[in-house]
Design a protein around this ligand. Structure first.
Ligand code: NAP
Length: 274
């Protein structure tokens, strides 16, 4: 699997998303994923599964230096003191002394961004995380954040799938040397996977619709995808996307599925999107 270079970070292009995975199922899936060759796992304080993720990482037998671990701090903990407490509690639950990437999960206009970025940079300076970044930051907020941060931000993790045009965030990330990490990369596996251009490419390449969509992500410059599954056989399926390529026309036809109002993650606390 290739890695994406992002302001000093090297991020495996495909990671395991863990939202909704819990307890033993979460531990088993994380351990199995690493045994199959995944080297990137995405969690968050709000997923309430960091202990189970940590147990899975240890059970896999893969050395700490050989996988890339991300966690995120919830938007109610962005004041510096809360941010520090929340980061330390995450590391404790995960059973690690540092993560590879620490993200602000969602922005919160009630807390000055400079304060939160100060706390994020402090976590990095103390060695609690190797790299820092943001999530759910539209382009204007991203520009503000990159201007305020001492260390360069490595990623903006945003919702991205063929139904959602994220060309503005993607261009902003590329311009800042950052990776864009796609969450909900499969649009949660619904109707998207029966769309014509995806089925056609699946037939042409002898792949599943899920593999076509994941390939579409990682074939774009500086894009990382973090699909989630509860099924062990799909772990292998979702990883097997690095030995074929979509044509330019196939990429374009899949991108042309973008439509308005296709966000899955849009909440009352969401920022104003691009
Ligand atoms: N930063 C944020 O605010 C944020 C928000 C949302 C998500 N995330 C992160 O992004 C990760 C991924 O997003 P997500 O979990 O919401 O959605 P997703 O990865 O797009 O979709 C997961 C769904 O797709 C199904 N699926 C997986 N592989 C498949 C395949 N090959 N073919 C058909 N269906 C397949 C899974 O079902 P089965 O279990 O039956 O396989 C599951 O229901 C999360 O787990 C989390 O780590 C971050």
């Amino acid at each position: 699997m290739h890695s994406i270079a992002a302001n000093g970070a090297h991020i495996p292009a495909l990671g395991l998303g863990t939202w909704t995975l819990k307890d033993d199922e979460c531990t088993d899936m994380v351990a199995e994923a690493l045994k199959l060759g995944y080297r990137h796992v995405d969690t968050a304080t709000s997923y309430d599964n960091e202990e189970a993720v940590g147990a899975g990482l240890r059970a896999s037998g893969v050395a700490r230096g050989d996988f890339f671990l991300t966690t995120k701090i919830w938007h109610t903990d962005l004041a510096p003191r809360d941010f520090r407490r929340s980061t330390e509690a995450s590391l404790k639950r995960l059973g690690v002394d540092h993560v590879d990437l620490l993200l602000i999960h969602w922005p919160d206009p009630k807390v000055p961004l400079a304060d939160t970025l100060g706390a994020l940079n402090e976590a990095r300076a103390k060695g609690l995380t190797r790299h820092i970044g943001v999530s759910n930051f539209p382009t204007a907020l991203l520009a503000e954040a990159t201007g305020l941060s001492d260390a360069p931000l490595a990623v903006d993790q945003v919702e991205y799938h063929p139904y959602l045009d994220q060309s503005k965030v993607h261009a902003a990330c590329q311009g800042a040397g950052m990776a864009m990490v796609s969450y909900c990369p499969l649009h949660r596996g619904g109707d998207l996977l029966s769309e014509g251009p995806i089925l056609e490419a699946a037939k042409a390449h002898g792949r599943t619709p899920g593999q076509i969509v994941l390939r579409w992500h990682v074939q774009q410059e500086g894009v990382v995808a973090i699909p989630r599954t509860t099924k062990k056989e799909r772990l292998k399926e979702n990883l097997a996307i690095f030995d074929f390529a979509l044509s330019g026309d196939e990429m374009k036809a899949i991108s042309a599925l973008a439509r308005p109002s296709s966000r899955l993650c849009d909440f009352r606390f969401s920022p104003k999107w691009d």
